[in-house]
Design a protein around this ligand. Sequence first.
Ligand code: SF4
Length: 360
Amino acid sequence: MQLKINPSEVKDIVEFIKNYDKRKIKIMEVCGTHTMSIAKSGIKTILPENIKLISGPGCPVCVTAINRIDEILTLSQNPKVLIATFGDMLKVPGSRQGFNLATLKSMGAKVEVVYSAMDAISIAENNPDFEVVFLGIGFETTAPGTAVAIKEAKERNIKNFSVFSMHKFVEPALRALLDSKEIEIDAFICPGHVSTILGIKGFRFLADDYKKPSVISGFEPEDILTAIYKIIMQFEKNIAIIENEYMRIVTLEGNEFAQRIMEDVFEPVDDIWRGIGIIPKSGMGIKDTYCDFDTVKRFDIKLDFKDKLTICKCGDIIKGKIEPKECSLFAKLCSPENPIGPCMVSSEGACAAYYKYLRF
Ligand code: SF4
């Protein structure tokens, strides 16, 4: 796919950014895929001291509260249950260190890795003696796929399939971060994947309500550099607007079919986020019309919303308060082989990105 800027412009953009010294700008890259691309490409190494990139709450595994992980681990102990999950969830520890879905699988729990919610339906059909529970994680990007699977299961009357929905909306989390004023954020690189679904209009609130220069960006280093350049230019012009640097994919209205299917199956519910706590109407609960496919209702799970203490600092990392290297466990007690928290497990986690590309 062709980028909309040519290499000579990228060279000019790099030179411009490297030499920009007019003001301090702290930019949050919301999406975990951006965090990984920034680390891999070495973009941070060319930034001047006054331009800072900080990670945001855009890694689905990382924002899942430890409470939910504990509930999943408990559910996996039910001999009738088969957990179907994306691979990233396997090694996320619960409150009890050393225990995760992978270790419990080695001790006999039924856990299968899938690539989509539809795969979990196939597993349910092939395993009629088990209750197949799909772990629904992610934002507006993955939620439509889960919604399609729930509708399919209802249409085909599949009785042994349900979804533990931990899907979340991005907007309430960004509003919560900005409203809390816990950290200073001057501008945003908005997530390309979520924008594909929500469209440019999904992130207008950043400029309209908070006066934050914001750019929707793709994931190539050239995209991210262009987004940084455009943010700087907004500050230079003293404006705050939402710009779309990812025009080859993202439209004004987004994917309206995906939006409709999400609205049909999910409704906003209060949800708990790692490090942030409860954010009103930030979670995607399964509507009553589809309650037969809601794991929480089927197994009568009493969801826990209390804060749980943990030595892991992922909560501060996804709020952009600290960088992975500022966690005393980073690359010492905590590594991809022995992850203490989800940010080191997930392929989109900031700690994993720093460990792989920025450790030395
Ligand atoms: Fe958590 Fe490990 Fe990252 Fe520290 S280095 S914040 S313990 S995942």
